[in-house]
Design a protein around this ligand. Structure first.
Ligand SMILES: [Mg+2]
Length: 272
């Protein structure tokens, strides 16, 4: 049997990038090793096309990438946001019109659409240039819900009935179409299996609730330590937890997983 090849899917904020200063330096040794072994690193994030495009160049990555919580997949050389290889999510304009209805009903919230770039800077800690890229959203609206827990539950229930998802990330509640990071992972896994004609073992790394679908769908699932408790998933096999935070935890767990792989101790456990 041909030996399985690895495919890495990673969340960005709080996982590959430090929650506070967005640095990935601590993960550089593992990233270099993955490049050396020709293992693709696929960003799977709530970030926008414009943000990931820039980070991709800075990180020196060449694999496709997934934006806005599984809403769209782009090839590494895509030049503009209107050329996704796969468009899975709902358009932002539709989402904003539902949100404006909910606001008329008395729900209190603030989101990217309400903020100038300076306010995005305050809410996220991004630089002004990064905030500009983050505001260029195509498929989702991250927001802060200002009402109480009961109102928030009603808000989410209304959106779900309209076929939208409300996903809680580290910072924001993200409203988007019926897609998630897990479905996007499985789509790319199938494409790589077809391309390589070998079994593929997917590794997914994340730190918060909006990564659950991705870690549930992956063969090897890695929770990166954050200031919140690790989210729980149903999957029990090949689930790892980092001791260190953010990119340092990424580096630590990836080194361990590559060692297990070289000892042939990893196996496919989910079916796509
Ligand atoms: Mg995160």
């Amino acid at each position: 049997m041909t030996s399985a090849r690895l495919l890495v899917f990673t969340d960005m904020d709080g996982t590959l990038l430090d929650h506070d200063n967005y640095s990935w330096q601590a993960a550089e040794p593992a990233l270099a090793e993955l490049t050396k072994q020709e293992i693709p690193v696929i960003c799977n994030t709530s970030k926008t096309f414009a943000e990931v495009k820039q980070l991709h160049q800075q990180l020196g990555l060449s694999a496709p990438f997934i934006v806005e919580n599984g809403s769209a997949i782009y090839s590494a050389n895509a030049e503009t946001a209107d050329q996704p290889a796969h468009n899975i999510g709902a358009k932002r304009q539709q989402i904003l019109s539902e949100l404006s209805f909910l606001r008329q009903q008395g729900h209190q919230f603030e989101g990217f659409n309400d903020w100038h770039n300076e306010e995005i800077v305050q809410q996220t800690g991004l630089s002004i240039a990064e905030a500009e890229l983050s505001g260029q959203r195509q498929y989702s609206e991250p927001l802060l819900y200002k009402g109480n827990e009961q109102q928030k539950a009603q808000f989410i229930e209304y959106l779900q009935a309209k076929n939208y998802l409300a996903l809680q990330g580290g910072r924001f509640l993200s409203i988007q179409g019926q897609c998630d990071k897990g479905k996007a992972l499985l789509k790319l896994k199938a494409e790589y299996e077809n391309l390589w004609q070998t079994p593929v073992i997917t590794i997914a790394l994340g730190d918060s609730q909006n990564d659950c679908a991705m870690l549930e769908a992956a063969d090897v699932s890695v929770w990166i330590k954050s200031h919140k408790a690790f989210p729980t998933i149903q999957k029990k096999e090949q689930v790892f937890y980092s001791d260190l935070f953010g990119p340092a935890g990424w580096n630590e767990t990836m080194a361990h997983i590559l060692l297990l792989h070289s000892n042939k101790q990893l196996k496919p456990v989910t079916t796509s």
